[in-house]
Design a protein around this ligand. Structure first.
Ligand code: CA
Length: 229
């Protein structure tokens, strides 16, 4: 993963520079393009992942995404300005693999870049906190502190979804959608019960969790740090 080439497509210099600095600190090789035209011509140089802003001076991020998708399946993370379902759907509909909502922390973007590279690298094993937690999405297995953990299919789905989007806050309703495939109000409180069960199985200290953190008034997010290979 270290040395992977990342193209940031963003016209706001400040944002581009901060994200670039964080990714470089993690060993990534980063290039910034300020326009869509420049981005599309830069892609010929070969990159491993694209971070694409939705709002650019010459083209929309959505159109750039569609253009890239005509002949490339390079992983794309879309930056969206507001947490609106519509923006998210636009981005994913245009072929983005993931999205991050502004304002974001550079730490979140870095975590998502790593998670996406791992996912698209077809690696089914993800290790967290120096091997403390292992999620095997192919065998539906979870190992905690070297021991096999039995999760129900619902618990596994929830944990996998959270872990694939580190630092992203999910509302209870969004998580209901993850397990049922649709929003069903009234079911959202049972998410708490599932999270409680998962924590019981994977957390050393349930009051100070290392993996699933409660975001008060909103929902949950995954805070485990993914291991380098
Ligand atoms: Ca922009």
């Amino acid at each position: 993963m270290k040395g992977s080439r990342v193209l940031i497509v963003e016209d706001e210099k400040k944002i581009a520079e901060i994200v670039k600095a964080y990714l470089e600190k993690e060993g990534f090789d980063v290039t910034v393009a300020g326009t869509g035209t420049k981005a599309i011509s830069s892609l010929k140089d070969g990159f491993d992942l694209v971070i694409l802003d939705l709002m650019l001076p010459d083209m929309s991020g959505e159109d750039i995404c569609k253009t890239i998708r005509k002949d490339s399946d390079i992983p794309i993370i879309m930056l969206t300005a507001k947490n609106e379902e519509e923006d998210k759907i636009k981005g994913l509909g245009a072929g983005a693999d993931d999205y991050v909502v502004k304002p974001f922390s550079p730490r979140e973007v870095t975590a998502r870049v790593k998670a996406l590279l791992r996912r698209t690298g077809k690696k089914s094993l993800a290790r967290f906190n120096n091997g403390d937690l292992v999620i095997d999405s192919e065998k539906f297995k979870v190992i905690k502190g070297g021991a096999d953990i039995v999760l129900t299919p619902t618990e596994f789905k929830l944990l996998k979804c959270l872990a694939e989007h580190p630092e992203q806050v999910f509302s209870r309703l969004q998580l209901v959608n993850v397990i049922l495939g649709y929003d069903y109000e009234g079911y959202d409180r049972t998410i708490d019960a599932h999270v409680k069960n998962i924590r019981h199985k994977i957390e050393d200290n349930q009051k100070n969790p290392s993996y699933i953190k409660t975001v008060h008034g909103v929902g949950y997010k995954f805070i485990g740090s993914i291991d380098e290979d």
